[in-house]
Write a protein that binds this ligand. Structure first.
Ligand code: GLY
Length: 333
């Protein structure tokens, strides 16, 4: 077979697995974030990205924005664990594979900024619990009140009626509430989770970050995928980056975002790379997969974006020079 003929066949074959068509023009800057709440998160990051700022600063700004909101699943106003304590997880990873994370940190408003400090000021990657809080205090983060927000108090009181410990997350409300209906627990309380963010800046660098209060009413000490590099977030500046939302245990089991990035390294487009990671979760236990949600969101070096989820309901927000919208993710089952 001559080389020209081989290349022709290759490109047909490669196209069929969803290889990106490598156009020279990367879509940058770009910021994508999980969920519809990612729109405002992207706004916060966009101010920085559109002024030629760094992806890392944009990610931190986006994280700080959502950490200030009254959100069920991010920041100190998020839902507590089953002991009534809000514990936060966060991480960042930059274009040089530097990373930092905190898990189970209490009474600190901006865990994503603490994660950045872990990355920049320590030789470590992950700090947990009291040690993470001590590190935060030493670095000037104020100690906040441990009081629950009004919404969290209500949700927790409701949950205490049964205290049913069931680590199920993000089974979307399938009632016809419109295309971007938020997900709810059966009692009507909101059940979205993690804020995962990815950005590609004008310097051609990719960075990601995640911030969350984790699964509502989790066991005290439980840590999900969000602060685990390779699970809730992975960045490889040569290839792309991925983040996840949903039931963290399932993501950790397959090193989900690392897997997505490795699929992109093999040449898959972001959406197909996410789909293949979702397939890994579903194939492990299809019956169980029907009871849970996981969504992956990925971006490649060209600024191409894709997502895939186990079930319907996962959405993400995208911001570029030409685009500022919420996109529904495809799903497997
Ligand atoms: N994905 C968030 C968590 O499982 O904690």
């Amino acid at each position: 077979m001559d080389r020209k003929h081989f290349l022709k066949i290759s490109s047909v074959g490669l196209g069929s697995i969803g290889l990106p068509s490598f156009s020279p023009s990367a879509q940058k800057p770009i910021m994508v974030s999980t969920w519809d709440s990612g729109m405002k998160v992207n706004d916060a990051g966009w101010k920085i990205l559109s002024a030629n700022g760094t992806a890392l600063d944009a990610i931190e700004a986006g994280g700080n924005f959502i950490e200030n909101q009254n959100d069920c699943c991010v920041g100190l106003k998020g839902y507590p664990d089953r002991d009534g304590i809000v514990t936060l997880d966060a991480c960042v990873m930059d274009h040089l594979s530097n990373c930092g994370a905190v898990a189970g940190i209490e009474r600190i408003k901006h865990p994503i900024s603490v994660a950045r400090k872990v990355m920049e000021k320590t030789p470590h990657v992950l700090m947990v619990g009291a040690g993470a809080q001590q590190f935060a205090l030493e670095n000037g983060f104020p100690l906040e009140s441990g009081e629950l927000s009004d919404d969290a108090k209500k949700a927790y009181a409701n949950w205490l009626k049964t205290s049913k410990y069931e680590p199920v997350i993000n089974i979307e409300n399938k009632k016809e509430n419109g295309p971007f209906a938020p997900s709810f627990f059966e009692d009507g309380t909101l059940n979205h989770d993690t804020m995962g963010m990815l950005a590609l800046d004008t310097h051609n660098n990719i960075c990601g970050g995640v911030t969350t209060s984790g699964m509502a009413f989790k066991m005290h000490g439980r840590v999900g995928d969000s602060p685990v590099i390779g699970a809730g977030l992975f960045v490889d500046n040569e290839v792309g980056a991925a983040t996840s939302s949903g039931l963290g245990e399932e993501v950790i089991r397959i090193c989900g975002t690392h897997l997505v990035v490795e699929f992109m390294r093999q040449g898959y487009r972001p959406e197909m790379a996410c789909k293949k990671a979702v397939q890994r979760i579903v194939n492990r236990d299809r019956k169980k997969a029907k009871t849970l949600q996981v969504g992956f969101l990925a971006i490649n070096k060209k600024g191409q974006v894709g997502a895939y989820a186990v079930q319907t309901g996962f959405v993400y927000s995208i911001r570029t020079n030409n685009q500022n919208e919420i996109i529904k993710s495809k799903f497997l089952i």
